[in-house]
Design a protein around this ligand. Structure first.
Ligand SMILES: [Zn+2]
Length: 358
C-alpha cells in the first residue's frame, strides 16, 4: 500500500466509526429526508456492548436524517415487570425485587439487570415511573401502561418529529454530501493521477474550507434550539478540523434529544405501507400469541394496546392477523407447521398451535 492508500483507508475507517451508534438492542432507526419513504435500520443484536448493541447509520451519500424509535421496553405484568433486553430476550423482575436507579443513560433495575436508554433524562424519567408503578395495584398499572402506550403510538407526532429533524439538518446534510464526495472521490482521484502536487494540496484546502463552513452551520443550527448538545463548542472545533466529524455533524443534531422515542409502529406514513404492515404483524404476533393464548379470555396487555391502536387507525383484523391457510397445525407466533399429533410450538416456549379449519 502506498502512503496515499493507507491514508484513505484510515479516513474510511474513522468515517465508519463515526457512523456507529450504540443503542438499545431492540431499538429501531429510520433514515430518510422527506415526508415518506423512510427506510429502516436495526442494530446488530448479536453483539452486546455494555447494555446496548451497535447500529450503523446509513453511511453513503446523499446523507439521510435519522430518527430513533423504541418498542415498549418495560411492561407491567401481574406480579412482575417484564423488561425487553433484545428482540428475543426478556426478563421478569418481581415487583418486590425491583430497585430502579439511573446512572447516566443506563437504568439499573436489580443487581444484574440494566438497560441502556437514549438519554440521561429518559433514564431518570423511567426510574421515577417504575418507582410509581411499584406502588400501584395491578389494575392501576395496566391502565397507566395503556395510557403510556397510546402516547408512544401517536403517528402524527412521530412523523412530524422525524420530518422536522430532517428539515433542521438540511443544509448540514447537503454540505456533508458534497464534503464526502470531495474527500473520498475528487481528492482520491487527483492523488491517484497526479501524486504529491499543488492540485492535491489545493483540493485539500477546499476540504478544510468546507469543514469550516460545516462548523459554522452546526453552531448556527444548534444555537437557539431546545437541544442541549454536550460540549457544543468543542464539537464545533472538531468539525472544523476533522473530516469524519464534519461529515456526520447532522447526526449529532438529529439524534441528541431528550424526547421520549415513539414506538416503531408510530411511523405509519413515514415508512412504506407494506413494510409497516409487515412490522405490525410481527409486533402483533409476539404480543398476542404467548403461551396460554388459546385458553385465556383476555388479551395480554401489549396486545390490548396494539389492538386499540389498530382499531384507531382503521386496520382490519385480517390485515394485521391474517388467518392461516395451512392444512397442518401452525404456530401463530412463528408460522412453523407441525404434524397433527403436536399441540405446542417448541421454538416459541410452548405457544399452543392453531388447528387448521375443518
Ligand atoms: Zn412457534
Amino acid at each position: 500500500m502506498t502512503d496515499g492508500q493507507t491514508l484513505l483507508a484510515v479516513f474510511v475507517l474513522l468515517y465508519l466509526i463515526e457512523c456507529l451508534r450504540l443503542v438499545h438492542a431492540s431499538a429501531w432507526m429510520a433514515s430518510g429526508a422527506g415526508k415518506s419513504g423512510w427506510s429502516l435500520l436495526r442494530p446488530w443484536m448479536r453483539l452486546q456492548i455494555g447494555s446496548g448493541s451497535p447500529l450503523l447509520l446509513s453511511p453513503l451519500p446523499p446523507m439521510q436524517a435519522h430518527a430513533l424509535a423504541l418498542p415498549w421496553v418495560f411492561v407491567p405484568h401481574h406480579d412482575s415487570l417484564r423488561v425487553q433486553l433484545t428482540d428475543r430476550m426478556n426478563v421478569h423482575i418481581a415487583w418486590g425485587k425491583l430497585a430502579p436507579r439511573a446512572e447516566e443513560a443506563t437504568l439499573h433495575l436489580d443487581v444484574t439487570t440494566r438497560v441502556s436508554l437514549p438519554s440521561k433524562t429518559l433514564a431518570e424519567l423511567w426510574q421515577q415511573r417504575l418507582t410509581e408503578w411499584q406502588g400501584l395495584t395491578p389494575d392501576q398499572r395496566q391502565s397507566t401502561f395503556l395510557k403510556y402506550a397510546r402516547t408512544t403510538l401517536d403517528t402524527k407526532s412521530a412523523a412530524k418529529a422525524a420530518t422536522e429533524a430532517a428539515q433542521r439538518t438540511r443544509s448540514l446534510r447537503v454540505l456533508a454530501t458534497i464534503h464526502c464526495l470531495w474527500c473520498f472521490g475528487v481528492i482520491s482521484v487527483l492523488y491517484y493521477r497526479l501524486g504529491d502536487s499543488v492540485a492535491v494540496l489545493a483540493a485539500a484546502g477546499v476540504l478544510v474550507l468546507l469543514q469550516f463552513i460545516q462548523s459554522w452551520l452546526f453552531l448556527r443550527s444548534t444555537q437557539k434550539n431546545h437541544i442541549a448538545i454536550p460540549h457544543r463548542r468543542w464539537r464545533a472545533l472538531g468539525i472544523a478540523f476533522l473530516p469524519q466529524l464534519a461529515m456526520r455533524a447532522f447526526d449529532v443534531v438529529n439524534l441528541t434529544t431528550d424526547a421520549e422515542p415513539p414506538h416503531p409502529l408510530a411511523w405509519r406514513g413515514l415508512l412504506d405501507e407494506k413494510c409497516w404492515l409487515k412490522n405490525a404483524r410481527q409486533f402483533w404476533r409476539e404480543a398476542r400469541y404467548v403461551p396460554g393464548w388459546a385458553q385465556n379470555d383476555s388479551l395480554p396487555l401489549e396486545a390490548e394496546a396494539l389492538q386499540k391502536f389498530f382499531r384507531h387507525e382503521d386496520i382490519a383484523e385480517e390485515d394485521y392477523d391474517p388467518p392461516a391457510a395451512a392444512k397442518l397445525p401452525t404456530c401463530p407466533r412463528c408460522g412453523a407447521e407441525y404434524q397433527s399429533s403436536i399441540t405446542v410450538c417448541s421454538d416459541c416456549g410452548g405457544v399452543e398451535l392453531r388447528q387448521p379449519a375443518a
